[in-house]
Design a protein around this ligand. Structure first.
Ligand code: ZN
Length: 97
């Protein structure tokens, strides 16, 4: 199971991927120029799951809310009571999915 969370900042989105125990597995900082760009291995393609998720989170008003998306199951999980993962200095990692 992979859960994702989406935050937005002026000019970019941050998609954070978590494992089953809610450890951070990967962070994707996606700058928005004319389009959303993604640093993942699909970043040179026209889209990827992270950019797809920007649209999903925006459409459901869940950006910056702490809601988690299980992308593969298309299920939402409630935010944690304590938001401990929004510190700006997360270690930058990129995984494959
Ligand atoms: Zn991506």
């Amino acid at each position: 199971m992979s859960l994702y969370k989406m935050n937005s900042f002026p000019g970019w989105y941050r998609c954070v991927k978590f494992d089953d125990e809610l450890n951070v597995e990967a962070v994707y900082d996606m700058p928005v120029t004319r389009h959303v760009n993604c640093p993942c291995f699909q970043g040179n393609k026209s889209t990827c799951r992270h950019r797809t998720m920007v649209g999903i989170f925006e459409a459901t008003h869940r950006v910056n809310t702490g809601w988690f998306l299980d992308f593969d199951k298309n299920e939402w999980k409630r935010p944690l009571e304590r938001e401990f993962l929004d510190e700006p200095n997360l270690t930058f990692k990129v995984a494959n999915d």
